[in-house]
Design a protein around this ligand. Structure first.
Ligand SMILES: Nc1ncnc2c1ncn2[C@@H]1O[C@H](COP(=O)(O)OP(=O)(O)OP(=O)(O)O)[C@@H](O)[C@H]1O
Ligand SMILES: [Mg+2]
Length: 257
């Protein structure tokens, strides 16, 4: 569902992390957030999901979340944080405990989340039996099982090797096509941003301000087509040119500090 960010600024004591962020995110849209290290991306994600109260400004959802949404916001982080003593199915069901759902609905939700993430055959497996990519798919299934209105992803692929990351990108595109949440995706990886998002928001170095917003005009379903490689490469170049000065200055400032 649509999400509105109005004049959001945040300070941690004397550290200004974010400044005057205005952003409207459309229903079902995927927005990638990129920017140099420490520019406030994770802070903004925490504010969007209500984990952190901003020093100024506000975040609002338009209208009530869908009726089947048990939680309007859920997170996916880079460390999978799965419980090793629980099966895949039981890890995904964790978010449904203490909700008083009928058993049939619980099973249906878990089965749907596992099917969406391609884990249907691994319901009974344990985390240690899975590859890193599969473990992260369990993390995604766990976030989707409550049918969030907004899915907040903080560098979900950063802990994975390059090949696994490429495969997971394909999986995420397939999930995006079948699942209707609004998504905010934080990444350092410009390729992920260009392939997975409808728009890419480029933040400046700290305090993070919106430096630019790029729309990726390729339908999500077509992103993997070889014919779009040149266009994606061009977007990648534009993103890099926007971010490199910010990143280089941030790096120099960090070395001086
Ligand atoms: N709890 C906190 N207390 C004090 N300062 C914090 C806290 N959390 C973050 N910061 C500082 O606020 C700034 C923004 O942090 P944040 O984690 O949001 O950046 P980020 O863009 O996610 O960085 P990265 O790319 O490294 O993940 C950083 O300078 C960080 O050191
Ligand atoms: Mg971060």
């Amino acid at each position: 569902m649509p999400l509105h960010v109005e004049g959001v600024s945040h300070r941690y004591g004397t550290v200004a992390a974010l400044e005057a962020i205005d952003l409207d995110i459309a229903d079902g849209e995927t927005v990638a957030l990129i920017g140099p290290s420490g520019c406030g991306k994770s802070t903004l994600l925490a504010i969007l999901g209500g984990l952190l109260q901003p020093s100024a400004g506000r975040v609002t959802l338009s209208g009530p979340p869908p009726a089947d949404s048990l939680n309007p916001f859920t997170y996916v982080f880079q460390d999978f944080a799965l419980l090793p003593w629980r099966s895949v199915e039981a890890n995904v069901a964790l978010a449904l405990e203490h909700r008083g759902l009928p058993a049939a609905e619980r099973h249906e939700r878990v089965a749907t989340a596992l099917a969406l993430t391609g884990l249907g055959d691994f319901a009974a497996a344990y985390p240690k039996q899975l590859s890193g990519g599969m473990r992260q798919r369990v993390g995604i299934a766990r976030a989707l099982v409550v049918r969030p209105a907004v899915l907040l992803l903080d560098e979900p692929l950063s802990a994975l090797d390059a090949q696994t990351r490429a495969l997971l990108m394909e999986d995420l595109l397939a999930i995006w096509a079948r699942e209707k949440s609004t998504r905010v995706y934080v990444t350092h990886n410009l390729e992920e941003a260009a392939r997975l998002a409808d728009r890419v928001v480029v933040l400046s170095r700290r305090p993070g301000r919106i430096r630019d917003v790029l729309r990726i005009d390729i339908p999500v379903a077509d992103r993997s087509r070889p014919g779009h490689a040149a266009l994606l490469a061009d977007i990648h170049r534009r993103l890099w040119s926007l971010i490199r000065d910010e990143a280089a200055t941030a790096d120099r400032e960090m070395q001086r500090a």
